[in-house]
Design a protein around this ligand. Structure first.
Ligand code: S3P
Length: 226
């Protein structure tokens, strides 16, 4: 597994990649590329060549999977699938409402089903998952087939602080959320570590820096696998 903690080694080879991407009809493509920011151009050129596999984001609540997923979607212009959003729309309820009305077990069943449903559509996409997706082996097996698995991690304090900013985490509605979180993290960390191709420590990085590191590391991985 590659572990990344800084954006220092970010190098997407923008010039080479963009030259590779510019072919017929030259003027149209050039106009399109010129309309994009530097980072968007780099991401686009990269994905033109390596679009077969998805980027799958896993990690604890508070790791920033949803916001980084949106950031990656903007940067790569790939489709984005979010299992929590899919489950929520299936029920027509928020995640908290699903837990309180139907229970965690039902949520996990529908979460696994959502993953199966998105698999044939997610060919070169950004896939955002809920923190507990790695608890079922069937999910893990499927995630591995979908693409490069990126574990968004951070130090425990940062994760808990971010996760408890909003009261939309049903699993933290306990008498002692801090202890609950700590126990959950201890139980889950080995699962994330086992399944991840890349780990990114997001503790001290901005959203864009995390996206930079992910794109750079995924490229590195794809290149070394060839
Ligand atoms: C869960 C995390 C949540 C959501 C549900 C269960 C978990 O998603 O899927 O509340 O078991 O860790 P986030 O990781 O996006 O908060």
């Amino acid at each position: 597994m590659i572990t990344a903690t800084s954006a220092e080694d970010f190098d997407l080879g923008i010039e080479n990649n963009c030259r590779e991407a510019v072919s017929f009809p030259y003027k149209v493509v050039k106009r399109f590329l010129n309309s994009l920011s530097f980072q968007e151009r780099a991401s686009n050129a990269y994905w033109r060549v390596n679009s077969a596999r998805s980027i799958v984001l896993i990690g604890m609540m508070g790791a920033g999977k949803s916001s980084i997923g949106r950031c990656l979607q903007r940067r790569t212009r790939l489709a984005r699938f979010d299992t929590d959003e899919m489950v929520s729309s299936k029920f027509g309820l928020s995640i908290s409402e699903i837990f309180s009305t139907h229970g965690e077990r039902r949520f996990r069943e529908v979460e696994a089903k959502a993953l199966v449903e998105l698999a044939p559509k997610a060919f070169g996409a950004i896939i955002v998952t809920g923190g507990g997706i790695v608890l079922r082996q069937e999910n893990v097996d499927l995630l591995k087939q979908l693409g490069t698995i990126v574990w968004l991690d951070a130090n425990e304090e940062a994760l808990f602080e971010r996760a408890s900013r909003r009261s939309n985490r049903p699993l933290l509605q306990t008498e002692d959320p801090r202890t609950t979180f700590s126990e959950m993290l201890r139980a889950r960390a080995p699962h994330y570590a086992k399944v991840a191709d890349i780990r990114v420590d997001t503790s001290a990085l901005t959203r864009d820096e995390v996206a930079d590191v992910i794109l750079s590391k995924v490229k590195e991985l794809v290149t070394t696998r060839k």
